[in-house]
Unconditional design. Sequence first.
Length: 256
Amino acid sequence: MKQQERRRAMFDHLVAEGAASIEALSQRFAVSRMTIHRDLDEMEGEGLLRRVRGGASVEASGQFESDVRYRSHVALEEKRAIARTAAGFVEPGMSVMVDDGSTGRCLAPFLAERVPLTVITNNMGLIGDLAPVPRLRLLSLGGTYSQRFDGFFGVVTEAALGTLRADIAILSSSAIEGRTAFHQDQEVLAVKQRMHGAARRRVLMAHHQKFGRTALHLWTDLSTFDALVTSNALVPAALGALRDEGIAVHVADLGP
């Protein structure tokens, strides 16, 4: 197996498993531990994974946000339920901003039910999903494409957002601690901040695994959102604490 093929296969394995040891990867791909070390070092430099003791992980940490190819498989049914509830804040005729998050892509079928709409997004997956929808005006934000986040970022994206205003922004956060939202990546956060400031109303989506965590960059207080949408997978004590803080929490029901 050639080097690039092995690294692609290694990344696919990590996406499926979340993490793996050096020894397990060495045996799986029939190469030396030193070769695996070199592969992981290169892949870490590309932002695909993070090195952990004895191996590698594609799971998020305080300084590392997972590749969208991994995040798109995590808590998928919960994300769909949250997206359905968040889309309930959208009415026909509105302009809607959506960020790059994997939960944002789950909005596509529910936004399609609320046309006519104008949707403004840097989320490449969402752009592809919404492009064929009749009576939906799609404003695709340009910029530098990131495969890791499957979206557009940078000064071009931020400049475009500086000229736009929307009725509502439906956004996501990678970490929430107490009443504060965080994100690991500075460029991603810059776009979220622009969208947050460019909308009349703001909705934050977060599945239960995002809570009780911090990340490198502080974003904003949860009170700056008109609604926080999560699910009943979040423990009742955490829901109660948010409501005690005056946060407008809306809970998507995952059923039994």
